[in-house]
Write a protein that binds this ligand. Sequence first.
Ligand SMILES: Cc1cc2nc3c(=O)[nH]c(=O)nc-3n(C[C@H](O)[C@H](O)[C@H](O)COP(=O)(O)OP(=O)(O)OC[C@H]3O[C@@H](n4cnc5c(N)ncnc54)[C@H](O)[C@@H]3O)c2cc1C
Ligand code: FES
Length: 283
Amino acid sequence: MFKILEKEAVAHNVWKYVIAASDVAKKAQPGQFVVLRLHEQGERIPISISDWDRDAGTITLIVQAVGHTTQQLAEMNAGDHILDLLGPLGKPAVIEQVGTVACIAGGVGTAIIYPEARRHQEVGNRVLTLIGARSRDHLFYQEELAAISERVLVATDDGSYGYKGFVTDLLRQLIDDGIHLDQVIAVGPIPMMQAVAELTKRHDIKTIVSLNPIMVDGTGMCGACRVRVGDEVKFCCIDGPEFDAHQVDFSSLLRRSQLYERSGTSCNSTENMGEGCDGQCHK
Ligand SMILES: Cc1cc2nc3c(=O)[nH]c(=O)nc-3n(C[C@H](O)[C@H](O)[C@H](O)COP(=O)(O)OP(=O)(O)OC[C@H]3O[C@@H](n4cnc5c(N)ncnc54)[C@H](O)[C@@H]3O)c2cc1C
Ligand code: FES
């Protein structure tokens, strides 16, 4: 059992949880995630480790309530317990001193980009952060990112804060202004990451994306999270979640996620998992 120590609303429908999980906190690295299950009948869902405190033995998760399990989590409070929390899973992000790095986040991707941007700053990179959100109410972590970034640029779809438009417009502006970028990292909705990848490919800028496909077991057994990268099929949970953006087949990734949305149901039942199971019941 993993105790929720703190809960705080950080944006519209987005909650921050500080959870007692000392074993996870000890090993957590930027880019990694946990798979949690709230109770015996609960589904397993992957959530990125947004921060950690090794001394206190805590991890921080930022969760947007979008469906069944995340809504249930939104109803839990400090003092409540999460049944299972497995992690850290996934490969840590590869972060080296490269020069100038643009960290681009869309929506709840801001939670995932934060520990990576912080590590980039720690290793001596110049960090430029670009955040995209639906509106002002959907923004969070601005202060935290400002503390480690040379610049934070914000775009909102409705113009209620910062630039009115897409975060990719801000990236295009930076490139057009002649700012040399040694690396780009993008985390957010698939179309956003695809647009970033197409733009940076034209300018030959190394780009990493953190993918968030449907996951079932999170251990490489079920195949639900498969993604085509170059000529290979990779499993996001064990080979990722970070990949070379210029090699990712975003079209098939998008098709698979839309299929899941249409089916509206996921199969997290271990008895139904097996070879060929993609976690979608298609009922
Ligand atoms: C590696 C990884 C890290 C993630 N990190 C975070 C995080 O830090 N914070 C956070 O809020 N979310 C994160 N997610 C997404 C999160 O796992 C899903 O939002 C969650 O599983 C939805 O579960 P649910 O039961 O609430 O929704 P469901 O009832 O299963 O689905 C509701 C809606 O959410 C959509 N959905 C379900 N799973 C995903 C998914 N993986 N990605 C996008 N949409 C999905 C469905 O298409 C549907 O429209 C991450 C996903 C992955 C793979
Ligand atoms: S979730 Fe990755 S293989 Fe099952």
